[in-house]
Design a protein around this ligand. Sequence first.
Ligand SMILES: Nc1ncnc2c1ncn2[C@@H]1O[C@H](COP(=O)(O)OP(=O)(O)OP(=O)(O)O)[C@@H](O)[C@H]1O
Ligand SMILES: [Mg+2]
Length: 504
Amino acid sequence: MVEPPLIRGIGLGKVYGNLVALDDADLSVRAGEVRALIGSNGAGKSTLIKILTGAVMPTAGSVEMAGEPVRLGSPPEMIRRGVACIYQHSNLAPAMPVLDNIFLGRQPTLGFGFVDRKRQRREARELMQRFAIDLDLDATVAALPTVKQKEVEILKALALDAKVILMDEPTGWLAAADVRKLHASIRALKARGVGIVYISHMLDEIFAVCDTMTVMRDGHVIAEVDVADMDRPRLVALMVGDDLAKSSAGASLAKRIPRGNGIVRLRCRGLGKRGLFRDISFDVNAGEIFCITGLIGSKRTELIRSLFGADRFDSGSVEFDGKPAVFRNPSQAIGASIGFVPEDRHRDGLMLGLSVAENLVMSALGRYRRFGLLDRRKMADASRRSVSSLDIQPPDGDKQVRLLSGGNQQKVLIGKWLSLSPRLIILDEPTVGVDVGAKAEIYAMLRAERDRGAAVLVVSSDIEEVMTIADRVAIMVAGKLTAVHDADKVTRAEIIRDIGESAA
Ligand SMILES: Nc1ncnc2c1ncn2[C@@H]1O[C@H](COP(=O)(O)OP(=O)(O)OP(=O)(O)O)[C@@H](O)[C@H]1O
Ligand SMILES: [Mg+2]
């Protein structure tokens, strides 16, 4: 007899008001299996995972572990049964040391409520050895790079003796080398018989590390296949439909326009900030997409934040449209017609408790003021137009942004800035967590901005993305701009060599 799966969701459904987030979905994973869960933004992937962790109570269906039904909607029950989850936005306590995070909520005690730190330390060490993880147990989580934080989460899952680890976009902000490290940990887990569900929009990762895949669309499971029986073009077509698949494949063939229309919009000379970056000089012209790529930690975010007035620089000069420009704060930059799409949409970009429509028009409020009053109808019209042109799902301007899927939140954030038609738009990792279809849409939007004469400055670690959209590519290594290439004259391999990424 075949062993029953470690965990199995059967006919799962979830309805929110009149929205069917999930309908009759099945998902199972066996010991030693890495199952990809893929589909467009809003397809229902996270909802399905949250039902398996007990965080969301389904409106239909059941969950079994090793063939036995489990109680639904109870996170402690699922933890007890060995189901752990790693989310894209980490659930760690940033101010606490690694060791405390690993045992958070379930400290082994000495009786009388005293925590047995010695035993915790020993257990953690053993696990690290067994799974080839190397962490300083006394370091504060906030001080660790993102990939190390993911390792803390894995270690935490292992300390729970997890049999099943659900990973919801675990690699969102990881550099390629770190993704490989995470994949090595996954292989070690697999070899020990842990079952893994892996959600990602990065198809390369699916092919690199997964055995099987479950494909979702609009709340339904539409395919279950072995990775070996699937190739990339077919997968894209399956996820987003044939037409969009073709247009996204053609996206990189569009014409490159290095230096745009020849007019310098942003001129930076000798920018420096102690301990972060130094001697940075470059121009971004009107009518071009200028990408800065490099490894995570190369200080690109710090550089562009200081251009936008969110941080200061110590030396150097900036000109905007030929005039000296030093912005003391972001509102001055916005006043000068600069838009900024930040990396961390949860912290910096969106008002999660407000509606989609409110977020979309927020930065443009000045435009809707007449005689001191807000013209609500004009606002509603404008946001309706954005919702449809960005294909935000569900197309409901009244929905709270908090309730949108991750990728759709990102579309709202970008739409919010584009609605201002800025003269310069700066974007930091604009498509993290965005599905292949929406990526193609965002690229088309950025090209349209370029073609209407905006200067577009993009920071991206995704080389695929850079090769697709850039007119020029700048490389940043450890706080220095080391090269600027015309995108039509440089190869992917040259860029990888420039950023110092080992090809391993
Ligand atoms: N608490 C909630 N209330 C109302 N609607 C919700 C809630 N949570 C999720 N939804 C909706 O359910 C649908 C599925 O969302 P889910 O987060 O599962 O998508 P996803 O496949 O994980 O997408 P992404 O790739 O963008 O993360 C979306 O339309 C979302 O807006
Ligand atoms: Mg999700």
